[in-house]
Design a protein around this ligand. Sequence first.
Ligand SMILES: C[S@@+](CC[C@H](N)C(=O)[O-])C[C@H]1O[C@@H](n2cnc3c(N)ncnc32)[C@H](O)[C@@H]1O
Length: 221
Amino acid sequence: MSKFVIEFGTAGLPKPESDGRLDAPAFHRNVEPIWQAIESFLAGKAGAVLEIGSGTGQHAVTYARRAPHLTWWPSDIMASHRASIEAYARASGLSNLRAPQSIDLMQEDWDWNGDGGTLAAILCFNVIHISPWTVAENLMSGAGRLLPAGGLLILYGPYKRDGVHTAPSNAAFDASLRACNPDWGVRDLAEMTALAQANGLKLANIIEMPANNLALALKRH
Ligand SMILES: C[S@@+](CC[C@H](N)C(=O)[O-])C[C@H]1O[C@@H](n2cnc3c(N)ncnc32)[C@H](O)[C@@H]1O
């Protein structure tokens, strides 16, 4: 599973703290832009936020601190990532940040263990291009199944528009992903939107992000 560290930047492998905390160089670039994109969607919401593919846990702990009115539920398939998330959560002392769960979007019937509260939003950053298309399909079908009306699925990452890369750097990134694994790759916005619609989700907003990324807010209707 070490292949996923490619997204953690070019500075080499994540540097573990002695307690299991990992550092993702990309987190430091993305943390503020992503927060600016999602903050208004989360304001006024109540209940749970489920993050899938949380990686190190740095987004979860940062945003849980900034949005104490919500309960944050991180998850990841990798044990080392869950250990990192757990270490960040422990060090933070935050009472609204829950233990990480093992959620695998390759499983069609994936589920989560909440406390019975409303699921306000599902977040998934930088996962679907480093995964087979099945992961996008299962993410959307699961969001359609688990989110109540008005609930949000918020995605962040690079996307093509009308089958065309929005920047040479995204084209190069896509080629490097496909060289790692032919089933990976930068997805097309129209295909994502169609998949969302097929699962009861409507594209509510597209937010242009730094470095030719997009944040997509999809609302369950
Ligand atoms: C590039 S990292 C992104 C981490 C974090 N979301 C961020 O933006 O910093 C991709 C993450 O997705 C997780 N992942 C990969 N395949 C997955 C799957 N099938 N289901 C759930 N998570 C997966 C990896 O373990 C990794 O933590």
